[in-house]
Design a protein around this ligand. Structure first.
Ligand code: SF4
Length: 344
């Protein structure tokens, strides 16, 4: 039976997952105010993955730390951003790596053997400056070191004895980090639709906004400066065409269109011209509103378009196509289409 502290330290372990399952928590339980701390920590784990790429270790309240892990996994799965699956898994694995560095060799060996099935033995051998504490079968070594670029990890640069690679404690912890990253990645990247109650959905939307604000920094996927109208999602295309045709649009539709155009890289002047030329809006008033949405006035918050679920609620979602089934945000649709066009 795993202790609360161990489960909180390594919540991806099979015993920790089983322990959480025995608690029988449901989504309805989680919206109860007594779980606010768990939701906050879950949201923080994801935001740390987005902002710094490494989750912190917070063991003051072990149950909160433990339960926040499946909550964070759920948030990541609900966001359905492929890039984030990997970054989140890396962030959590880096957190585990920090903890592993302080573990006894016996604990590390047990974890590697029982949890990940490594063929690993404890040894004690000093060679020059290095103290080797483990020897791992070369297959386990290669499975985890294959992606490392540094020469020290190349098999030809390692000490090998009868098919076993000698490892320092630092080496073993680093290789385990890879194993942990793969496990967490497989936990969150399963394609499934999750229907979340509003209080949880609001947190997912906050995280989506944070990711959108940091997307180009993280992924290098800057959008083209000129709007690619062929890549517009159906809802925005409909709003755009409606505006051109002089159709009256709801407040939500206008907000979605304006914030979309701003985030898709259209210049403020061009958006003002677009609105002013085809409506009877006062240009100064229009500019003020657009600059407000762009974060140049008022609270200085740059707004992103609402998510698909909000647009559906407000009947702005229009004739969603097959790509719409895979995304949760109009900007995600646009990014995928732009990338496809750029490839072509
Ligand atoms: S699913 Fe999303 S992107 Fe597609 S039309 Fe609806 S709101 Fe727009």
């Amino acid at each position: 039976m795993i202790s609360d502290r161990e489960a909180a330290k390594y919540p991806f372990l099979n015993d920790a997952v089983t322990y959480v399952e025995t608690l029988g928590l449901t989504l309805e339980n989680l919206v109860d105010p007594s779980y606010t701390g768990v939701l906050e920590r879950g949201e923080r784990r994801v935001s740390q993955a987005i902002l710094s790429g490494e989750a912190t270790v917070e063991l003051e309240d072990t149950l909160t730390e433990l339960l926040s892990f499946p909550v964070a996994n759920m948030f990541i799965t609900a966001m359905a951003e492929e890039y984030l699956f990997r970054r989140y898994a890396l962030s959590e694995a880096a957190r585990a790596h920090e903890l592993l560095k302080d573990e006894a060799e016996e604990r590390i060996a047990k974890l590697a053997r029982l949890e990940f099935g490594w063929d690993l033995r404890l040894v004690q051998e000093r060679v020059g400056e290095k103290l080797y504490r483990f020897e791992a079968h070369f297959k386990d070594y290669l499975k985890n070191a294959a992606s490392f670029r540094e020469p020290e990890w190349k098999l030809v640069n390692r000490l090998i004895r009868n098919g076993y690679v000698l490892l320092t404690k630092r080496d073993a912890s680093r290789l385990l980090q890879e194993e942990i990253q793969r496990r967490i990645g497989s936990l969150v990247s399963k394609r499934r639709r999750i229907s979340l109650p509003d209080p949880l959905r609001i947190r997912v939307n906050n995280l989506q906004k944070l990711f959108d604000e940091n997307r180009s920094r993280l992924t290098g996927q800057a959008l083209p400066t000129k709007l690619l109208t062929e890549a517009l999602p159906p809802c925005i295309r409909h709003a755009f065409q409606g505006l051109m045709a002089g159709r009256r649009a709801s407040h939500m539709e206008r907000f979605a269109l304006t914030s979309f155009l701003i985030n898709a890289g259209m210049g403020i002047d061009d958006i003002v011209k677009l609105f002013a030329s085809i409506t009877d809006f006062d240009e100064q008033f229009t500019r003020y509103q657009i600059e407000h949405i762009a974060g140049l006035r008022g609270s200085r918050t740059r707004y992103t378009p609402p998510t698909c679920s909000t647009l559906k609620t407000h009947r702005v979602c229009y004739e969603p196509d097959r790509l719409c089934e895979r995304i949760k945000h109009p900007l995600s649709y646009y990014r995928i289409k732009v990338r496809d066009y750029q490839r072509e």
